[in-house]
Ligand binder design. Structure first.
Ligand code: FEO
Length: 395
């Protein structure tokens, strides 16, 4: 195993999870795998920043052993307790039981509940510092970005911001730095990560970005706990975070649907044609054939969200239902929308869609047709798409 150095005496000792395809249960399809990053600083006091997921301890400890004997670890910093980062904490603590453990009070409570142990815990908050030799580490509270316990650690000596989940990407590669991989792919994964995990915390993120700016940290590296270390593209990713956090929208539309006997799909295609006829981009997503994170990632700055489903047992179909409930949890507002669908003898899907999307969007007139749409009804679908696009252009 090659251990990568971020800076002299700062090592990346985490573990890739090449074959992980479903993160956070089944809520996030990770097509490019996942990494659980951890960083080891070999200063007068040897400091480990975060650990890895349970089940990856063996490789993790081997990585540390390639640099130092783990019993020499003096300090463990827990930036975030979610088990993908804290899972190996109990095993590590067994190897260095006298190490001091630094984290927020919420992290202490969470680690105690998860593992029944916290070690020699020291609570920290924004503004607290820790001298480990030639380095001073600063702690920055990140409450609810995205858990109550979250924080960042900054090394003034190395100019590294250890950002944990923030600025992460689910992207397992053999590389360490942003410039070593394809830029478009990297940004695509960063956007997917933000939109599927951090989006509900937009307001907090926007204010935290301002607060961090006021701290005047000289950041030359952002070392997240998932994916690549940002070095060359730091300003790009910070600008992107500010953009995503601002809830800004472009005039484009996601048309997301689930169909039973292709009737709803026929409607979806005509709606897209109507939108496109006005020069507005519309992308069609069959929710059963696309990974949800990809659709959500496209939607993050799309002003228009249109949803369709066939009615089944008086309800919408199950995959689109799950998708809409996931969206609801993102707590987004200010979009334009309408619902459409087909039914056999009594509807239900369209009304149910409207009930969910009304908290996220202004809802235009729906389309709800029995069995397969005829030519006249398909024309109505086209017209609805066209009117939707015109309204969007005039906003
Ligand atoms: Fe990567 Fe919130 O855990």
């Amino acid at each position: 195993m090659i251990i990568n150095s971020i800076r002299p005496e700062v090592y990346s000792v985490g573990v890739p999870d090449w074959n992980e395809r479903h993160f956070h249960g089944h809520s996030y399809a990770t097509r490019r795998g996942v990494t659980y990053n951890s960083y080891l600083i070999v200063d007068e006091k040897i400091t480990l920043i975060d650990t890895v997921r349970k089940g990856f301890e063996k490789n993790f400890i081997e990585n540390i052993k390639n640099i130092i004997d783990p019993s020499r670890i003096d300090i463990i910093i827990i930036n975030h307790i979610e088990p993908d980062h804290s899972g190996a904490f109990p095993e590590i603590l067994k190897l260095c039981p006298n190490a001091k453990v630094y984290g927020t009070e919420k992290a202490r409570q969470g680690v105690l509940k998860y593992y029944g142990i916290v070690g020699n815990w020291v609570n920290v908050k924004t503004g607290d510092t820790l001298n480990i030799g030639k380095r001073t580490l600063k702690f920055i509270d990140m409450t609810m970005i995205h858990w109550p316990d979250s924080m960042l650690t900054y090394s003034t000596y190395d100019k590294i911001l250890f950002s944990n989940d923030a600025f992460g990407q689910h992207y397992a590669t053999g590389k360490t730095f942003d410039y070593q991989v394809d830029f478009a792919t990297l940004m695509d994964e960063a956007q997917k990560y933000y939109s599927n995990i951090l989006w509900p915390f937009n307001l907090l993120i926007a204010s935290k970005l301002c607060a961090i700016k006021k701290l005047n940290l000289d950041i030359k590296f952002i070392a997240p706990s998932h994916g690549l270390v940002w070095q060359r593209y730091i300003s790009e990713i910070i600008q992107k975070y500010a953009y995503w956090a601002s809830n800004s929208c472009k005039n484009r539309v996601a048309v997301v649907y689930e169909t039973m006997w292709n009737s709803t799909e026929k409607m979806a295609k005509k709606i897209v044609e109507g939108i496109n006829s006005q020069g507005i981009e519309a992308v069609l997503f069959d929710v059963t054939k696309n990974d949800r994170p990809d659709i959500v990632s496209y939607m993050i700055d799309a002003r228009g969200w249109i949803f369709g489903s066939s009615t089944h047992n008086g309800e919408m179909l199950p995959i689109i239902s799950g998708f809409l409930h996931f969206l609801k949890g993102l707590k987004v507002k200010g979009r334009m929308s309408f619902a459409f669908g087909s039914y056999g003898w009594s509807g239900g899907a369209v009304k149910n869609i409207e009930n969910i999307i009304s908290s996220m969007a202004s809802v235009e007139t729906s389309l709800d047709f029995v069995f397969s749409p005829n030519d006249e009804e398909l024309k109505k679908c086209f017209e609805s798409g066209k009117i939707f696009a015109l309204k969007m252009k005039n906003q």
